[in-house]
Design a protein around this ligand. Structure first.
Ligand code: TNX
Length: 520
């Protein structure tokens, strides 16, 4: 008891903050370089945030303040003259940096000061995620509410320019709240694209004003026959804006010419299959009764030789482009098993022209590489290495989404309660242990735009279901996308992953507690 008192008074005189090791922090994704200086920056109620005078940088400062408040309860002033010099976090736009990447940043943490240097606000935002991860979950001194950040220097930039996640909101519909929670999590791990699979056989999920039946009829159900749903254009815009605040770009997908049963049930003139139960005379009730709630693929196609199909696509893409600031429109193009190949080729060429007319870049699933597609378009590899190779021979960039590795809808193992297993069982280590840079023979790094983890929703219908399949595997995908090959290592990663539990718990993310990880 006496010894305790002596130690306490001694600490009051000269505070002994702990020796730290920045290189041992549990950062995901792993930064490019980390140097530790082994002392402590102390975050307190007197700390403050100073930013460059540019609006976007100021906003990043406010985001950091909000996140620090959520985590520590500390209320940091942003850009006020009262800011003290001690304990300042300074976020600067620099013109000259030791990195050229637009998302790169430098983080210099000393005892009195944290400096963020970035070329862009986007880079500063990525740095903010690093700072968030460096602040511990427990205070060093609860009486004075002090929080210790390890000191040192981090120099960081992404390995791939495109680091994405995809959600299938067609097989089952998920409302805006769910999408926002997903965005929060992927932003924390420095992902920068969210691809929304907005249409499929089972449902059309985005309001198109010039073709209102798409949602009035096509949005009415989902797999298993639930009520379905769709985003109004205002709601879609809310998603786009929320993503943008998190420096995430939305990639909207309208899947065609296959996967279109919901669209041509709403508008029977688009139907290119032999099975024509409906006509323009069919009533709304008859159309709704014809919607599909199963999980088969490959039975639907647009009528590729009907000009009205192309004016329909022009209208749909035109409206979506108005709401989408990002550069990409995804046209699907997968599993068009009911479309003759010559018709498929013709269709992709026509759709590419429409997308170009609206000044956007086409992304399609890897099958699009079997057509006469232009080199500026992007192929998303999911199953056919041959198609990925064809794409790179054509000079196209490729997004890697190998089903065997990062299809988040694959079961972890044979006893997983949700998911499919047509590609593989994908345990947490398998989803991480592969090398995008060399995965597809003949596809070199300069042809790889990046990587994306799709989550198809045939078997999932709630946020808990999403989280069970996505977490923790999606976290590993973020590292494969951001961190360079020499910084990726399963044994090291799995310790950092184990230490994500306080974050998952705080965010109420119901992750799958894989036995491969010694969760803290
Ligand atoms: C294949 S991947 C599909 C989807 C399914 C998924 C299920 C791809 C481009 N098409 O239609 O939902 O498998 O894993």
């Amino acid at each position: 008891f006496l010894i305790g008192i002596v130690l306490c008074s001694c600490q009051d005189a000269v505070k002994n903050y702990p020796k730290t090791d920045l290189t041992a922090s549990h950062l995901i994704p792993k930064p490019l370089t980390i140097n530790a200086t082994n002392s402590s920056f102390v975050l307190t109620e007197n700390s403050s945030i100073q930013t460059s005078n540019i609006e976007e940088f100021k906003n990043v400062g406010f985001i950091l303040a909000e996140k620090i408040k959520d985590k520590t309860g500390l209320n940091l002033a942003v850009n006020t003259s009262e800011s003290t010099k001690k304990g300042v976090i300074s976020i600067n736009k620099v013109l000259d940096a030791s990195f050229s990447n637009q998302e790169g940043y430098e983080l210099i943490i000393s005892e009195d000061l944290i400096i963020v240097n970035a070329l862009t606000a986007e880079g500063a935002f990525r740095a903010v995620q690093t700072i968030r991860q460096l602040i511990p979950y427990t205070t060093f001194n609860s009486e004075e509410n002090e929080w210790i950040v390890a000191t040192g220097t981090i120099l960081d930039e992404p390995n791939f320019e495109y680091r994405g996640a995809m959600l299938d909101v067609s097989r089952h519909f998920f409302d805006i709240k769910v999408i926002k929670k997903y965005i929060d999590a992927i932003a924390y791990y420095k992902m920068n694209y969210l691809h929304l699979h907005l249409s499929d056989d089972q449902g059309w999920r985005i309001e198109i004003k010039s073709w209102p039946k798409l949602t009035e009829i096509g949005g009415n159900t989902q797999v298993g026959g639930g009520k379905g749903g769709f985003y109004t254009q205002n709601e879609y815009t809310e998603i786009v804006d929320y993503a943008a605040k998190n420096y995430i770009t939305i990639v909207p997908e309208i899947d065609m010419p296959g996967h279109t049963h919901a669209a041509y049930t709403a508008y029977p003139q688009l139907n290119g299959t032999k099975n024509k139960k409906l006509s323009s005379e069919s009533t709304t009730e008859e159309r709704i009764a014809n919607l599909y709630t199963g999980t088969e693929v490959g039975f639907s196609t647009f009528d590729t030789r009907n000009e009205e199909v192309y004016s329909f696509i022009d209208d749909v893409i035109g409206e979506i482009v108005q709401l989408t600031p990002g550069p990409y429109i995804h046209m699907g193009g997968d599993e068009s098993l009911s479309t003759e190949h010559k018709d498929y080729e013709y269709f992709v060429e026509r759709v590419e022209k429409i997308i170009h007319k609206h000044n956007k870049i086409l992304i399609g699933w890897d099958e699009v590489a079997t057509t006469n597609i232009e080199s500026s378009s992007v192929a998303q590899f999911w199953a056919s290495e041959e198609n990925a190779q064809k794409a790179s021979e054509k000079g196209m960039k490729v997004i890697l989404s190998p089903a065997k590795k990062i299809y988040l809808d694959m079961k972890y193992d044979s006893i997983s309660k949700l998911g499919l297993n047509w590609a593989a069982f994908v345990p947490v280590d398998s989803a991480y242990n592969w090398t995008p840079e060399t995965y597809v023979k003949g596809l070199s790094k300069d042809h790889i735009l990046g990587i994306e983890a799709p989550l198809w929703s045939e078997t999932i219908s709630t946020i808990e279901d999403i989280e069970y399949l996505a977490f923790p595997r999606l976290v590993g995908v973020s590292e494969l996308g951001w961190s360079v090959q020499q910084n990726r290592n399963w044994d090291n990663y799995k310790i950092r992953l184990a230490n994500q539990t306080p974050y998952f718990n705080k965010m109420n993310i119901k992750y799958y507690p894989s036995k491969l990880i010694d969760w803290v």
